[in-house]
Write a protein that binds this ligand. Sequence first.
Ligand SMILES: [Fe+2]
Ligand SMILES: [Fe+2]
Length: 354
Amino acid sequence: MATAAAHQAARTQAAHATSDATGTAPGQAPGTAAYQTAFDTAVAAEERIEPRDWMPDAYRATLVRQIAQHAHSEIIGMQPEANWITRAPSLRRKAILMAKVQDEAGHGLYLYSAAETLGTGRDELLDKLHSGRQKYSSIFNYPTLTWADVGAIGWLVDGAAITNQVPLCRCSYGPYARAMVRICKEESFHQRQGYELLLALSRGTEAQHAMAQDAVDRWWWPSLMMFGPPDDESSHSAQSMEWKIKRHSNDELRQRFVDICVPQAESLGLTLPDPDLVWNEERGHHDFGAIDWTEFWEVLKGNGPCNEQRITQRRQAHDEGAWVREAAATHAAKHSEAKHAEAQDSGANGKATA
Ligand SMILES: [Fe+2]
Ligand SMILES: [Fe+2]
């Protein structure tokens, strides 16, 4: 909200620029330069950009793309874990898992709402997801083969998500930053339940320990890929950092995640499947092995083990939910009609008694 004053000043300046054509770069509409200056100043001063503030078209488009991909990942991410709700080994585990999957639906809602503040409706975004024009995180195209996968997803996938998302709480766009605060709190619970689940398995029977180890072996590398391509191949990174949408590079965040996970794996009594993983005294970080980026690009192109299944199930859920959306819209229309009639009545009564 701190941008209000700066933007008000820019509006006044822009209005002057419109009348005397000053402060206008060649090819720009009169006044745009003043708005751009106000935007740049606000971003540089760590102020938040709010929905009614002027912003460059490319900033808006970048945010819509990123928030949409994030929202899609939240709702597609419900599928691999929901797969285990009916087979959770105890009532306690089932209740925890259901709460977690519901949280992910909630995260989707906050994020679609954040995208709406940028002028892009949920219908449009869902349509793009269903037609393959927008992506979701590739991690959810891997199958959940055993109960231990629920633990590995919580510990590693939600853990990687937190590493990525904590800096987004300081994102320059207000509604996105504020949504991330709540999301990160819930993601911490997800990470902890996964860790605790794996710990129970790791300390259980030999077969349970082996199941936990197998899940970690399969989820480790895809989790590292969640941070996106290496910095020198990441097309959007530099501009996003300049706009303070992003605060750290993909490689920085990936390194941070590896450094966090190594001691946690030790406490779990599990190993990370990387023979090259070693502490580097000089760098003060862990070195780790080469990531198979061919696999990443293949999964991204749609050739992962579950791409087809995930999107088919999503489309089906959307179609099956049509009656709920229609009922909600009809109810809302009736409600607003009733309110309108009530307001008219009280207005008429007011006149009658006046
Ligand atoms: Fe989430
Ligand atoms: Fe989560």
